[in-house]
Design a protein around this ligand. Structure first.
Ligand code: PHE
Length: 340
């Protein structure tokens, strides 16, 4: 074979390869071009190399030199194309993560207050307008505040272990007996022990009783305690305050009714019912603070009198919203909670 023909073949091969590598748009096309020109078995470079044998012996050094140059050109073109394709793919990958800042955002879910917490806030607000300030007491109580000072003697059935959550305290001396408070009336005692009359407070919080959970009972629930002690406080004041409270919370056409009842710490005692629509519902107990209770905290029953009441907070919230099962409050199903 004439040297001229061989060199021409090499030059043609090099420019074909350069064109193919430059045209390769992605890894696949580039790989196809690589196999066509640089393939170890049947690539065109390999094939041309084989034809070296047919070149005249004297022309071999010149032919070999051009062959090497051609190899280098083709390799260089391949490497350049490889870099270009890799860089392109990088850009494509990152552009798929591109954030379109003009799209409407995803609104983060905000929590909101539990319906009982919302009710508590509203009750504080209503009673605040009637001049009652908020007092607090512990949920773990001693027997003095839960029973004794409230005129509930040792033998009283309300102190039965089956009716209360007593804590397993180390020493069962009477000062050490503790329990989860069964009523917020404990706070009446705590406030009166600390403060001379007049007193006008409410206290809202959890109370605990070992009741089986059903639609109207739960072993933990919330009460709002009210206490007003001053000179000449009467039963009429009690009814007025409860009426104003009930109409503020439930609406104008709510009525309040008293039924005679008994509590060791009030005399006389009543059950307070409210009607809204055609049904009377019991909301809690109330009465005039028993003189024994006033004496137990160092007040003079000849000087001051007072009323107290304890209402179930869940019942109020259930009545307002038409909730029929107290357990809904404590299941914490978001489909329920979302509605408030
Ligand atoms: N503590 C009583 C109860 O839990 C309610 C009550 C409070 C009654 C204040 C009278 C006065 O049932």
């Amino acid at each position: 074979m004439a040297l001229g023909d061989f060199l021409q073949q090499l030059d043609g091969l090099a420019s074909d390869a350069e064109a193919a590598f430059t045209a390769a748009a992605d890894t696949e096309q580039l790989e196809a071009a690589r196999v066509e020109f640089l393939g170890a078995k049947s690539g065109r470079l390999k094939a041309t190399q084989k034809q070296m044998g047919a070149v005249d012996k004297t022309d071999k050094p010149a032919a070999g030199k051009r062959l090497n140059e051609t190899k280098q050109r083709v390799d260089a073109a391949f490497q350049a194309a490889q870099q270009r394709v890799a860089a392109g793919e990088q850009v494509r990958r990152s552009s798929s993560q591109f954030v379109d800042t003009s799209l409407p955002g995803v609104r983060p879910e905000l929590g909101h207050l539990h319906p009982i917490t919302q009710t508590i806030e509203e009750l504080k607000d209503i009673m605040g307008r009637l001049g009652f300030s908020v007092a607090d007491g512990p949920e773990i109580e001693d027997e003095r505040h839960n029973f004794e000072a409230l005129n509930i003697p040792l033998a009283h059935p309300a102190r039965d272990p089956l009716e209360n959550f007593y804590l397993a305290t180390a020493e069962k001396t009477s000062a050490d007996v503790l329990l989860l408070r069964s009523q917020t009336s404990t706070v009446q005692i705590r406030v009166m022990e600390q403060t001379p009359p007049p007193i006008r407070i409410i206290s809202l919080g959890r109370v605990y009783r070992p009741d089986t959970a059903d639609a109207t009972h739960y072993p933990m629930f919330f009460q709002m305690e009210g206490l007003w002690v001053d000179k000449h406080v009467t039963m009429a004041d009690l009814k007025t305050v409860l009426r104003l409270f009930a109409t503020s919370y439930l609406g104008r056409d709510v009525h309040v009714r008293f039924r005679p009842s008994f509590f060791p710490f009030t005399e006389p005692s009543v059950e307070a019912d409210m009607s809204w629509g055609d049904k009377w519902i019991e909301f809690g107990g109330a009465g005039m603070v028993d003189p024994n209770v006033l004496s137990a905290v160092g007040y003079d029953p000849e000087e001051v009198s007072g009323f107290a009441f304890g209402l179930g907070i869940e019942r109020l919230c259930m009545r307002r919203h038409g909730i029929t099962d107290i357990r809904e409050f404590y299941r914490n199903d978001v489909r329920f909670l979302h509605q408030f």
